[in-house]
Design a protein around this ligand. Structure first.
Ligand SMILES: Nc1ncnc2c1ncn2[C@@H]1O[C@H](COP(=O)(O)OP(=O)(O)O)[C@@H](O)[C@H]1O
Ligand SMILES: N[C@@H](CC(=O)OP(=O)(O)O)C(=O)O
Length: 554
């Protein structure tokens, strides 16, 4: 099949080092040949020009198993390993063995920084701001990072020179921060990038040493283009064709397993290193999965999959066998640390299954995340807690029936650039929750909250309630009355007062707001009722029948 189309004028993208269509002039004629057998589903072609990025051709919702170039580079899965999976030389050896134990797979490997390196880099940066240039070399976290990485290369028997330049540059960067006495968001992103840059170089060198040809990629040099929102950047559409082209071309020139830095990107305007938000390597993995149209995206963690709740809250938490993209996105958004909140988007858009596995226990089946699941398997899949939330009760000062009240309230949040998590409304009042940590830097929280209240008080009576928690019940909440009946029977027995309830339009989440002080106890009681003692995911629950009863609630 051949498709001809006209492309509009091309603007250049400074951030795109290897511009996928760089030879195009304005209004070029461009022909795309799709080889027979490479297209998985029918879709349509569209030309997309993303905010100044180069014009790119995107095969919308139609992913070829053999990549958008139609050539077979043979990649079949992304395998992403988080910090806990590559925390030491021993762990890197195990991860290498794990990859090699699937000889039928041609993986693209995505790695996070080793262990807690990202936290240590941030702590080192904070200390550098105030310690003075001459004391930078004494920062504990710097020594920790140096020791960890040098010990790892020595134990793996690879050359120290692959990371020594990074360690020298890192110390110099900390001295620069000490001299300037400030750590901007842009510098923060550059600082943390050292973690992924080093882990991927070490792992690549090790794979090559044991005879498996591998090639290291810095995400910001291979086409992962983002907004310039330092510390929380969004992936731009130009990324998909750029990544696909780069990986396919390199493979065809010289086949080698790609080992890519997770978490990082390149700002399209600034051309500086950006990060995708904490835990962002999951998003790197799903982005590459979409770019290449792979069979599966694997996210390897230190737990047996997505669990029915945070194992740090309930030791009884169990793996959830099957989730939908919407359920996984919702639980990540509402606080489950296990997945990055945005990571499901590329997987859902390209309908590529995501498997969450345990690198410490590869035999465990893990969690499979797909577009749909058998809803009769489980009504509820998990319970998520998000603490330290601010809640606002806003009651209109105008008379009942006054139109435009909701619009006015939300325009205030829009003007102030503040995002709202949960909302419950009546004609004259709104209750909503804000997650200050998401929007503001720490010092500004109270100041910003005061400003919000001041603006809202022009049209309403406002009650600001801090130290609240959102407990989210994730599952098939089309059966909300059954879930709520069960949940409220538990809360009643515990004497816990729910301050707000919200059921999103997504139909996969009911959120309950309670006080921080009773939230964990509340989650444990709900977990016990819904998932323990024979209740829960694996029990047979018909889509019409009753929920398992709460007999296990104490
Ligand atoms: N619902 C949940 N399911 C699984 N893990 C969870 C959940 N909620 C919180 N966690 C925590 O998330 C951790 C895994 O996420 P993360 O540390 O980001 O992994 P990695 O660094 O390997 O990518 C687990 O060790 C667990 O403590
Ligand atoms: N290293 C980054 C990115 C990341 O995704 O890490 P992990 O996969 O270990 O959660 C962080 O700590 O945020």
């Amino acid at each position: 099949m051949a498709v001809s189309l006209h492309l509009g004028s091309r603007s250049s993208c400074p951030g795109l080092r290897r511009d996928p269509l760089s030879s195009l002039g304005s209004l070029p004629r461009f022909e795309i040949k799709l080889q027979r057998g490479t297209v998985q589903r029918r879709g349509f072609l569209r030309v997309c020009c993303e905010r100044g990025a180069s014009a790119v051709v995107e095969k919308k919702d139609e992913i070829s198993r053999k990549g958008s170039e139609g050539r077979d580079a043979g990649f079949s899965v992304v395998m992403k390993f988080g910090g806990s999976s590559v925390a030491s030389a021993e762990r890197m050896r195990e991860v290498a063995n794990l990859i090699l134990s699937f000889p039928q797979e041609r993986p693209v490997v995505v790695l996070s920084a080793m262990g807690k390196t990202t936290n240590k880099l941030l702590q080192a940066g904070e200390k550098a701001v105030s310690c003075g240039v001459s004391h930078v070399s004494e920062i504990d976290e710097l020594s920790f990072i140096q020791d960890l990485h040098l010990r790892t290369v020595d134990e793996l028997g690879v050359d120290r020179s692959i990371i020594s330049v990074f360690l020298d540059e890192l110390e110099q960067l900390l001295k620069d921060i000490a001299m300037m006495k400030e750590l901007t968001l842009r510098t923060r992103d550059y600082l943390v990038s050292f973690g992924e840059c080093m882990s991927t170089r070490i792992f690549t060198a090790y794979l090559n040493k044991i005879g498996t040809k591998a090639r290291q990629y810095d995400a910001f040099d291979m086409g992962i283009i983002t907004t310039d929102d330092f510390t929380n950047a969004d992936i731009l559409e130009a990324t998909y064709p750029a990544v696909s082209k780069r990986l396919h071309e390199d493979w065809i020139d010289d086949p080698a397993i790609p080992v890519v830095t997770g978490f990082l990107g390149k700002g399209w305007k600034s051309c500086a290193v950006t990060t995708l938000g904490r835990g962002g390597s999951d998003l790197t993995a799903t982005t590459i999965g979409k770019a290449l149209g792979l069979r599966e995206i694997q996210v390897w963690k230190d737990v047996d999959g997505v669990l029915t709740c945070d194992p740090n809250i309930s030791a009884e938490a169990e793996p959830v066998p099957h989730l939908t993209f919407d359920e996984a996105a919702e639980l990540a958004y509402f606080g489950a640390q296990v997945l990055h909140p945005q990571s499901m988007r590329p997987a859902k858009e390209s309908n590529i299954p995501v498997r969450v596995k345990n690198s410490y226990n590869p035999q465990a089946p893990g969690t499979l995340i797909t577009r749909g699941r058998d809803l009769t398997e489980a009504v509820l899949t998990s319970i998520v807690l998000k603490s330290n939330i601010t809640m606002l009760d806003i009651v209109s000062t105008r008379m009942l029936g006054q139109y435009g009240f909701l619009a006015k309230v939300f325009s205030i949040f829009e003007d102030l650039g503040i995002s709202v998590d949960c909302v419950a409304t009546s004609e004259v009042s709104i209750s909503l929750t804000l997650d200050p940590a998401k929007v503001w830097s720490r010092e500004l929280i109270q100041q910003e909250l005061d400003h919000v209240v001041e603006e809202l008080e022009k049209i309403a009576v406002v009650n600001l309630l801090q130290n609240r928690s959102i407990i989210s019940l994730i599952g098939n909440v089309q059966r909300s009355s059954l879930i709520l009946e069960q949940a409220f029977s538990v809360l009643k027995k515990k004497g816990i007062n729910v301050q707000m309830i919200s059921q999103g339009a997504s139909k996969v989440n009911i959120s309950l707001v309670v006080h921080d002080s009773e939230a964990k106890e509340c989650v444990r009681a709900l977990h016990s009722a819904f998932f323990e003692n024979g209740n829960g995911y694996s029990s047979e629950v018909s889509s019409e029948g009753p929920l398992p009863n709460g007999s296990s609630v104490h």
